[in-house]
Design a protein around this ligand. Structure first.
Ligand code: BF8
Length: 630
C-alpha cells in the first residue's frame, strides 16, 4: 500500500487538528520542534561522564582516550540500565503488595488465583507453607530476594528460562545475580575510567536484558495474575471515542494496575448506587491508557482510550474529569494540556511526580479508600466541566478481543487437541499452516505516520501466514485498523493461518479469532517466552532454532532496549524500526547486528520500512524452517 496511501486513524487525525486549534501542543508538535534542532547531528558519540569534557561528537577519542566505539557502547549500557530499572521498580512495587496481602495488612486485593499461586510457589522451588497466605509471603520474599541479592541466580530465572539458555548464559559470563546489584554494577561499569572494552560492555547490556526479564517482567506478570486474575478472552472497545461526553470520565494511566483496579471497583460501586430512574446523574466511565489500560482491559474488560501518543488528545476532548497516573510513559505535557480544561491530573507514585499535577500517594493498605477518593474527585470535578468545550469525534469505537494469557491460549488450543495443546500449535507449524510466529511488541512513534509501520508490518505478516502475537502500544494502532477484531471472513489473513484460527475458534464456540493475538502489556512479554519455551521444549530444539522473530517497529522507550537484549540473548532475531543511538560506531552496529548471533543465536536488525522488515522476518523464518527440516 505504501505510506502515501496509508489511511491514518481518522479519530487521532481529527483530534490532532482540534488540539492544534486549541493551542494544545501534542507529542507531534514537540517532535517536529526538537527534530528540527537536532537533525544536523542526530547520531553523536558524546560522553558527559566527567569534568574533563563534555566530549561532544567525538571524532577519534574523548579527553580520557575512550574511542567512539566505547563511548557509544557505554551510552547504550546506560540506556539499557534505565530501561531495566523501570521494570524492576514495577516488580518491586507489586511484590510488596503481594507480601501485604499474605501478611493481612493489605485487604483491597486478595489471592484471586490460588492455582497459579501454588504453581508458582512450587516453580520457584519453595515448599513447606500450609496456607495460601504463607505461600504469598514466601513468593513475595523470593522475588524481593531475586531483586536484591548480591550473589546467586534469581529463582525466577531458574524457573522460567530453559536450562539450555541458562547454561549458555553461564558459559558466556552473563548469568545474573540479583537485579539491583546488577543495575548498580552496570552503573559502576560505565563510570569514568571503568569498562573500556566494547564487547564486554555490550555483554553487560545482555545481562541487563536478563535483569529486565527475570527481576522485572516475569515477576510483574506472575504476581499481577495471582492478585488480579489470569486474563481470559474478553471483548472491549478502543480509541478516544470510548470517552463518553455524557458521562464522568476517568483515565487510568501508567503500568501497575493495582490502583487502577481499585478505581475500577470504586467506579462500579458508585454506578451501582445511582438511581436508574434519574438520568441526570451521569455514570462514571473509567477508560484505560498505556499499559495500565491494557492490564485493566485484559482483566476487567475496561475500554481502552489510547496509547502513549494519544494522551494529550484524550484531554483535548474536554470530557476528562480526572487522569490518574501510576508510573512510566506519562508525557509530563499532559498537565499543560489539562490547563485548557477543568481536567485534573493526579500522580500517585513518589518517584513519578509531575509539576502542576495533584499528588495523592498510593498506599496499598488504603487502596479501596483512595480509589473511592479519586472517583469522588472526578464526580465533584464534573460540575466544573464546560460542556461547550467538549468534543469527541463522531466515529464508532473499534471492537477488540484480548485476554490471551498463556493459560488462556493453552486452554483454547487444548480444545483443538485435548491433552496436547502445544501439539496443536506445533502440528500447524510443522505442516506449514503457520509458517512461523512473530512477536510484535512495544511502542508507537511520532517519527512516522501514526501507526503506519506497525499496521503495514502486521498486514504483511498475517497475509503470509505468520502467526502474530502482540503486547504493548502496537496493539492500539492494530485495533484501530481492525486487526484485533474477530471477523469470520478473516480479512487480510493468509488462507492457511485463517484455517488454523478458525479451527481454534470453532473448538471454543467462538465466531472467529482476531487476526492478531493480544497477550497484554509490555511486562507480559514474559507470556511470550512461556509459549516459546513450551514449543522449543516440545520439539526438543533450542529457541534460536525455532521459526520465530521479534519486532519492535516503533519503539521509543528505554524499556525496549533491555527487552531487545533479552530477546537476542534468548536467540531470537529481533527487528527494530529505529536504530538506537549507535550509528557513530560501526563496530557497535556490527556487533549488535551480526557478531552477537554467534554467541546467542539471535541478533538485531534495523529497518524502518515495514515491507522490507516483513520480507526479512519471513526470510529468517523460512531459513529456520529449512534448518529444522520442516
Ligand atoms: O511499557 S509500549 S510507550 S506504554 S514502553 Fe510505554 Fe512503549 Fe507503550 Fe507500556 Ni511499553
Amino acid at each position: 500500500m505504501g505510506r502515501e496511501k496509508f489511511a491514518v486513524d481518522p479519530v487521532t487525525d481529527e483530534m490532532r487538528k482540534r488540539a492544534r486549534k486549541l493551542g494544545i501542543r501534542t507529542v507531534w508538535e514537540r517532535y517536529e520542534e526538537n527534530r528540527a534542532r537536532s537533525k544536523d547531528a542526530p547520531f553523536q558519540a558524546t560522553c558527559m561522564t566527567c569534568q574533563q569534557g563534555p566530549c561532544v561528537n567525538v571524532k577519534r577519542t574523548g579527553v580520557c582516550g575512550m574511542n567512539k566505539d566505547i563511548i557509544v557502547a557505554k551510552n547504550l549500557v546506560s540506556e539499557t540500565t534505565i530501561g531495566a530499572s523501570a521494570h524492576v521498580g514495577h516488580a518491586r512495587r507489586i511484590a510488596n503488595i503481594l507480601r501485604g496481602v499474605g501478611e493481612g495488612s493489605v485487604t483491597a486485593y486478595s489471592i484471586k488465583e490460588p492455582e497459579k499461586l501454588d504453581r508458582v510457589y512450587k516453580g520457584l522451588g519453595l515448599s513447606g507453607a500450609n496456607t495460601n497466605e504463607e505461600k504469598a509471603v514466601e513468593i513475595a520474599d523470593a522475588i524481593l530476594d531475586d531483586i536484591s541479592k548480591l550473589a546467586g541466580v534469581p529463582k525466577m530465572l531458574v524457573y522460567r528460562a530453559l536450562e539450555e539458555r541458562r547454561r549458555l548464559w553461564e558459559e558466556k559470563g552473563i548469568l545474573i545475580n540479583g537485579g539491583c546489584p546488577e543495575i548498580m554494577e552496570a552503573m559502576n561499569r560505565i563510570a569514568m575510567g571503568m569498562d573500556a572494552d566494547m564487547e564486554n560492555l555490550l555483554l553487560g547490556a545482555c545481562r541487563l536484558g536478563l535483569v529486565d526479564a527475570y527481576c522485572g517482567m516475569h515477576p510483574a506478570t506472575t504476581i499481577q495474575d495471582i492478585l488480579l486474575g489470569v486474563p481470559k478472552l474478553i471483548r472491549i472497545k478502543t480509541n478516544l471515542t470510548v470517552i463518553n461526553p455524557n458521562e464522568i470520565n476517568i483515565i487510568v494511566h501508567g503500568h501497575i494496575p493495582a490502583l487502577a483496579d481499585a478505581v475500577v471497583s470504586a467506579a462500579e460501586e458508585y454506578n451501582d448506587k445511582l438511581d436508574p430512574d434519574s438520568p441526570e446523574s451521569p455514570r462514571v466511565n473509567v477508560v484505560g491508557m498505556c499499559c495500565t489500560g491494557m492490564e485493566v482491559l485484559m482483566r476487567r474488560g475496561v475500554n481502552y482510550a489510547g496509547d502513549i501518543l494519544q494522551q494529550e488528545l484524550a484531554i483535548a476532548t474536554g470530557a476528562i474529569e480526572l487522569v490518574v497516573v501510576d508510573i512510566q510513559c506519562t508525557q509530563p505535557a499532559i498537565v499543560d494540556a489539562a490547563k485548557h480544561f477543568h481536567t485534573k491530573v493526579v500522580t500517585t507514585d513518589p518517584m513519578s511526580k509531575i509539576e502542576g499535577a495533584i499528588h495523592i500517594e498510593f498506599d496499598p493498605e488504603r487502596a479501596d479508600e483512595i480509589g473511592r477518593e479519586l472517583v469522588k474527585m472526578a464526580v465533584d470535578n464534573y460540575a466544573s466541566r464546560d460542556q461547550t468545550k467538549v468534543y469527541v469525534p463522531d466515529h464508532e469505537p473499534h471492537d477488540m478481543t484480548g485476554g490471551f494469557s498463556t493459560e488462556q491460549l493453552l486452554e483454547a488450543l487444548d480444545r483443538v487437541k485435548p491433552g496436547d495443546p502445544v501439539g496443536a500449535l506445533v502440528d500447524n507449524i510443522k505442516n506449514g499452516n503457520i509458517r512461523g510466529v512473530a512477536a510484535v511488541i512495544g511502542c508507537v512513534t511520532p517519527r512516522d505516520e501514526y501507526g503506519y509501520r506497525t499496521v503495514e508490518l502486521l498486514r504483511e505478516l498475517i497475509k503470509n501466514n505468520i502467526l502474530v502475537v502482540l503486547t504493548g502500544c502496537v496493539a492500539t494502532v492494530a485495533s484501530y485498523h481492525d486487526l484485533l477484531k474477530p471477523d469470520p471472513a478473516y480479512p487480510g489473513v493468509g488462507e492457511t493461518l485463517a484455517k488454523f484460527m478458525d479451527e481454534i475458534a470453532k473448538a471454543n464456540g467462538l465466531e472467529a479469532l482476531p487476526p492478531c493475538i493480544f497477550m497484554g502489556a509490555c511486562v507480559d512479554n514474559s507470556r511470550i517466552e512461556e509459549v516459546l519455551n513450551a514449543v522449543a521444549d516440545y520439539l526438543k530444539v533450542r529457541i534460536d532454532q525455532l521459526p520465530v522473530a521479534a519486532s519492535a517497529p516503533e519503539y521509543i522507550a528505554e524499556k525496549a532496549i533491555p527487552i531487545g537484549f533479552w530477546a537476542v540473548s534468548l536467540g531470537i532475531f529481533t527487528h527494530l524500526g529505529d536504530q538506537p543511538n549507535v550509528a557513530a560506531s560501526e563496530r557497535v552496529v556490527k556487533w549488535l547486528t551480526d557478531d552477537v548471533e554467534r554467541i546467542f543465536g539471535g541478533k538485531f536488525y534495523v529497518e524502518a520500512d515495514p515491507y522490507k522488515a516483513a520480507e526479512k522476518i519471513i526470510e529468517v523464518i523460512e531459513e529456520k524452517r529449512r534448518a529444522l527440516g520442516i
